[in-house]
Design a protein around this ligand. Structure first.
Ligand code: BEZ
Length: 233
């Protein structure tokens, strides 16, 4: 049975890991940057291969968001090296990020990556970690469903805009159905604040107020998403 698994808002657990790029200390080696740790069930499997290519094709987009990538599976470093070699030779795609080898499942155990369908192989998990090593989001996907990397990029961009402007990010931002590219003002916590909200912002009610972010910020986010979507074609 796994112990307590880390949750959103907690610090990413400290660990030394063996990777295809050598030993790394997490989260310290990524201090000052965002990072995405993603696990997959096994090397040399079809959906995982499509995911690796998709992550690699967006590597520069992640870099532009000050974000590093790191993969993980229960396979050995040798297997990772051979798989990455196969991807380069057969699909013409270089994998530019390290992959953690976790053959004894110690990292998987720490992060809660073994779920009911398999006692030995990790699910497709995504941990988004901020520059202060705080876990900001955790996603879990099953073996039969590959992830959407553009959504992971949108999430990181959303976190960065949220922090910069002290706002929350609505559904499907920057193409939200109600407020468009505007962002949500955090809910009032006092009666006085609730009254102020209605005077200061555009609101549907005091608990649903929204504000502009600089046009270029939303535009950049939209262009970024559209460009990434186009690249994927
Ligand atoms: C795949 O990546 O294709 C895969 C991996 C494990 C189980 C099923 C599918």
């Amino acid at each position: 049975m796994p112990g307590q698994i880390p949750l959103i808002g907690e610090k990413f657990p400290e660990m030394v890991v063996g990777t295809s790029f050598g030993r790394m200390k997490l989260p310290d080696d990524f201090k000052g940057k965002w990072f995405v740790l993603f696990s997959h069930p096994a090397d040399f499997t079809p959906v995982c291969t499509t995911e690796f290519v998709a992550f690699a094709k967006r590597y520069e987009d992640f870099k532009r968001l000050n974000t590093e990538l790191i993969g993980l599976s229960v396979d050995s470093t040798w297997s990772h090296i051979k798989w990455v070699e196969w991807i380069k030779q057969n699909l013409g795609v270089e994998i530019p990020f390290p992959i953690i080898a976790d053959p004894r499942g110690m990292v998987a155990d720490k992060l809660g990556l073994i779920h009911a369908p398999s006692a030995t192989h990790t699910v497709r998990a995504v941990f988004i970690v901020d520059p202060n090593s705080t876990i900001r989001a955790i996603l879990y996907y099953p073996a039969e469903l590959g992830r959407n990397m553009d959504e992971i990029l949108r999430m990181i961009k959303g976190f960065q805009v949220s922090e910069k402007y002290g706002a929350a990010i609505p559904a499907n931002w920057p193409n939200n159905e109600i407020v468009g590219e505007r962002v949500i003002v955090p809910p009032a916590t006092t009666v006085k604040e609730a009254e102020e909200r209605l005077k200061t912002y555009e609101c549907f009610d005091w608990w649903l107020c929204h504000k502009e972010v600089p046009k270029e910020e939303a535009e950049e986010a939209r262009k970024f998403l559209e460009r990434v979507a186009k690249q994927a074609k």
